[in-house]
Design a protein around this ligand. Structure first.
Ligand SMILES: Cc1ncc(COP(=O)(O)O)c(C=O)c1O
Length: 362
């Protein structure tokens, strides 16, 4: 029986590379002749530890993580990092600076407000987050603990094109674009990302942090919420999400085989160009949400002339096997999430459907 794979434009959890799924399927019942699935291995076994360390090493290689940084595999999603970052770094008398570029940065700020002092240093909220605000004129507080940005705004479809050089430690939520382009890790104090977009399935959250941050952490935090616990134990303090980390390792291997993050960037540019062209050449039928200079290469957001056409578009798209195209309620319209594992052909098929739909309804 031949299987038809969906054109998967889900925002996360989202498409995984087919060769990764096939490999996992092949190894499912008997991982490296253990007679067990990876899921059935002890997290203290040498077989699992090799998987764990390989995932860490691959990520380090792919992102060129410099010495003096550590990679942690945590649970609780990116959402728990909204709390862990301020609990660990927003110490007494310090101010957590936040750049608001969408719903996820708002959520990060809200959690920090429960922990300590915060300030919003830049925001595009007044424009319903259609652009990434510049940080050139920011008056940085003297006692800033860090500045938090969201590198890619999954819901609004905007993305930082260049990361800011800030006089205070830069913390980034990279959940929806990590591994999609090369960047300089040393520009950041801390990076976090839930895995379920570019890294693998849900269940594991990657944190990359500069080790000197560990010295600032106040004593008395709950053990599991203290970065030092996980750094000291190679993220094996308690049972890690072993299967998710195994899948992460396979995804990272696949990215390496494809040519690394530079190759991912090239593919993302090609894929996004196909969809933005369908939008830009639609004579206003499809309206992009994001301003041109801030457009995301991961989440392409657009609206149609009215609600009824949007409903028809989504219903027809579904019939043709396009999945996950409904926009978030705060933007409306449609969103195509085109993470690393979404093939160019899926974007071409969608663009061609968009053109055909426009010809019928414009
Ligand atoms: C940019 C960003 N940050 C945070 C989150 C929340 O992640 P999690 O569900 O892993 O807590 C998401 C989820 O889509 C996201 O896109």
């Amino acid at each position: 029986m031949t299987m038809k794979r969906a054109y998967n434009f889900n925002a996360g959890p989202s498409a995984l590379p087919l060769p990764v799924l096939e490999r996992a399927q092949k190894e499912l019942l008997n991982f490296q002749n253990t007679g067990m699935s990876v899921m059935e291995l002890s997290h203290r076994s040498k077989e699992y530890e090799a998987v764990h360390n390989a995932a860490k090493e691959r990520l380090k290689r792919l992102l060129n993580v410099p010495d003096g940084y550590d990679i942690l595999f945590l649970q609780g999603g990116a959402s728990l990092q909204f709390s862990m970052v301020p609990m660990n770094l927003l110490t007494e008398g310090k101010i957590g600076c936040y750049v608001l570029t969408g719903a996820w940065s708002e959520k990060a700020l809200k959690e920090a407000q429960k922990i300590g002092l915060t300030t919003v240093v830049a925001s595009s909220k007044e424009a319903n987050y259609t652009y990434i605000p510049p940080l050139d004129d920011v008056q940085w507080p003297k006692n800033a603990a860090y500045v938090h940005i969201t590198s890619n705004n999954t819901i609004f479809g905007t993305q930082w094109k260049e990361f800011p050089n800030t006089p205070v430690d830069l913390v980034a939520d990279m959940s929806s674009d990590i591994l999609s382009r090369p960047f300089d890790v040393s520009q950041f104090a801390l990076i976090y990302a839930g895995a379920q977009k570019n890294l693998g399935p849900s269940g594991v959250t990657v944190v990359i942090l500069r080790n000197d941050l560990l010295e600032r952490i106040p004593d008395g935090l709950p053990t599991m919420l203290d970065y030092r616990t996980h750094q000291k134990s190679n993220s094996l303090y308690n049972t890690p999400p072993t299967f998710a980390i195994y899948m992460l390792s396979l995804v990272l291997e696949w990215v390496e085989e494809q040519g690394g993050v530079a190759a991912m960037e090239e593919r993302s540019q090609q894929k996004a160009a196909v969809l933005y062209e369908a939008i830009d050449e639609s004579g206003g039928f499809y309206k992009p949400h994001a301003e041109k200079g801030s457009r995301s290469l991961m989440n392409v957001t657009f609206t149609l002339p009215n609600e009824e056409l949007t409903r028809t578009f989504l219903a027809e798209a579904k019939e043709r096997g396009f999945v996950g195209l409904g926009g978030h309620r705060s933007v409306g319209g449609c969103r195509a999430s085109i993470y690393n594992a979404v093939p160019l052909e899926a974007c071409e098929a969608l663009a061609s459907f968009m053109n055909e739909f426009r010809r019928r309804f414009a």
